[in-house]
Design a protein around this ligand. Structure first.
Ligand SMILES: *[C@@H]1O[C@H](CO)[C@@H](O)[C@H](O)[C@H]1NC(C)=O
Ligand SMILES: *[C@@H]1O[C@H](CO)[C@@H](O)[C@H](O)[C@H]1NC(C)=O
Ligand SMILES: *[C@@H]1O[C@H](CO)[C@@H](O)[C@H](O)[C@H]1NC(C)=O
Length: 352
């Protein structure tokens, strides 16, 4: 029951791809244009209230709704707009036809009711994201374009946490932090056809610092990383518990990316955080398949697993990474798994 409630409480979609999926059949759907709720769209006026009014209308209706943000205007939403459930509507389709200035959208279901489940505020007090999906099930985002300066700190493109059944596709993301990041209590996420750069890549984590990690069934395919600080990344803090498993990165193109393949179980911010510990998030069943392109760092493959808790069932298949201007090498620490056709040639410990 909880699962279905969850599905129906939070189904927020952004993007034009949804139009075709639902055939633009608005006959049974409320069409709510934010302009009709007082949005100005001059790029200077704060339109947050208008968006929230439109959302309220959609959320409290028993019918599916489509929120329309027109293309010929520029909307300003400050500082963070939270579109929150629980909603009566079986589905809400959010069509953004143009990039919004300083867009910071947060989608959240109401499973926790008003019980202050704001994990963002607890876990990342200073962190901002362009889009945060938190406590949702059944979210699809496609055809979005998110841009922030490479030098802007903590500007994740899309952050997902405490959510399941999420699809992100056909988007271009360039920011000063992760293009897409996945936090704990998350499962069944498919990410495809993403162009990421600049930015810190697609990251699972950081995990294990604030609570037990539970991340599984994450599929990332057909993505390009250009000039990014990382490509496919899993990062965990020392001293953590829990797991990250069944994670697949496939068909990845790299164009002068630092750290194209990286598992970092020594993630820290300096100080006590960096002390070595014997507990760690268990990383297993991770596949890096069909990677092509160039690395701007020497260590093109960097798998630094906990010395006490090995990464297991790690697979590198058909990975061909060359250096932009020097030879590249692999680094592996306590990794069990198998490789097939990998350059630079990496050796993993045999599975036990
Ligand atoms: C995974 O999520 C997709 C939607 O993104 C959904 O269609 C699919 O049924 C989910 N799979 C499972 C096993 O729940
Ligand atoms: C891969 O993604 C690109 C967009 O980044 C898209 O143009 C292309 O069609 C996708 N390829 C496949 C096989 O889906
Ligand atoms: C923790 O262990 C790693 C792996 O052996 C090592 O590289 C690092 O220097 C250690 N850190 C400290 C603070 O001892």
């Amino acid at each position: 029951v909880v699962f279905f409630l969850c599905v129906f409480l939070c189904w927020v979609s952004v993007g034009s791809a949804i139009r075709s999926q639902w055939g633009l059949d608005f006959s049974s759907s409320n069409v709510l244009n934010v302009i009709d709720f007082g949005a100005v769209g001059d790029g200077k006026t704060d339109d947050s209230q208008a968006f929230l009014k439109a959302w309220d209308k959609a959320c409290t209706s028993w019918n599916p709704s489509t929120l329309v943000v027109p293309s010929d205007k520029s909307f300003l939403l400050l500082p963070v707009v939270t579109f929150q459930g629980p909603c009566k509507a079986p589905s809400i389709n959010f069509q953004v036809f143009q990039s919004m200035e300083q867009e910071k959208l947060m989608d959240k279901d109401g499973l926790g009711g008003n019980a202050e489940r704001n994990i963002n505020a607890q876990e990342h007090p200073h962190q901002q994201k362009h889009v945060a999906i938190d406590g949702c099930s059944g979210v699809k985002i496609s055809d979005v374009w998110i841009v922030a300066p490479e030098s802007s700190p903590n500007t994740d493109g899309i952050h997902i946490q405490s959510s399941k059944n999420v699809e992100i596709s056909k988007s271009t993301i360039g920011t000063g932090d992760d293009c897409i990041s996945i936090g704990t209590d998350t499962s069944n996420v498919t990410i495809s056809d993403i162009f990421c750069g600049p930015g810190h890549g697609i990251s699972i984590g950081s995990l294990g610092k604030f609570k037990r990690a539970a991340v599984e069934h994450i599929y990332v395919h057909n993505c390009t990383f250009k000039g990014t600080q990382n490509g496919a990344r899993i990062k965990t803090w020392q001293g953590g518990f829990g797991y990250a498993k069944d994670i697949r990165f496939k068909d990845i193109t790299l164009d002068s990316s630092d750290n194209p393949i990286i598992i970092d179980q020594y993630y820290c911010n300096g100080g006590d955080d960096c002390k070595n510990s014997t507990s760690a998030v268990k990383v297993s069943d991770v596949w890096f398949t069909n990677f092509r392109g160039t690395s701007s760092s020497k260590t093109a493959i960097n798998l630094a697993c906990s010395e006490s808790v090995a990464c297991e069932d790690i697979h590198l298949n058909h990975v061909h990474i060359t250096g932009v201007d020097s030879e590249v090498v692999p680094y592996t620490l306590n990794v069990k798994g198998r490789t097939i056709d990998v350059k630079p040639e990496a050796y993993l410990d045999r599975p036990t």
